[in-house]
Design a protein around this ligand. Sequence first.
Ligand code: HEC
Length: 123
Amino acid sequence: MTNRMKLIWLTLITLSLPLLFTTASSTAQESVAAGELVQEEGWELVRDNCTECHSSLIIVQNSGNRDVWKSRIEWMQSSQGLGELDLEVEGSILDYLTSNYGQKTASRRQALPMHLMPSNSNL
Ligand code: HEC
């Protein structure tokens, strides 16, 4: 190969490298976009029963144990016009919500102890 050919090859390879990386990162972003339900078992039931009145964003930004999720559903049924759900469907929805959006440990930091607070001349 002549030096000139080598140079052309090198230039082509160098120029095409960024293309490779761009394709790889856009595939990764397609996995779970903001507000989309995690596609685990039962997600279609949640999509079909729970996104008629509001987007899935309100669901994915919430969390709770089974009782918390059940009480939210009951609240929507008693005050927001959500109809009765088939018991089996409700069970699967609760399974899905509990395992994918379960209770978080404390989501707020504890208050600072007094001795770490800035001094306050009013006290
Ligand atoms: C008939 C309409 C309707 C359907 C169907 C519905 N919701 Fe709701 N939901 C509401 C309304 C109205 C609110 C209050 C919206 C707001 O505060 O902006 C709400 C709020 C919520 C909230 C936020 C509660 C909070 O404490 O802030 C969650 C979580 C939720 N819904 C989950 C669900 C799930 C899970 C389902 C499926 C079982 C569902 N929704 C189906 C009407 C509905």
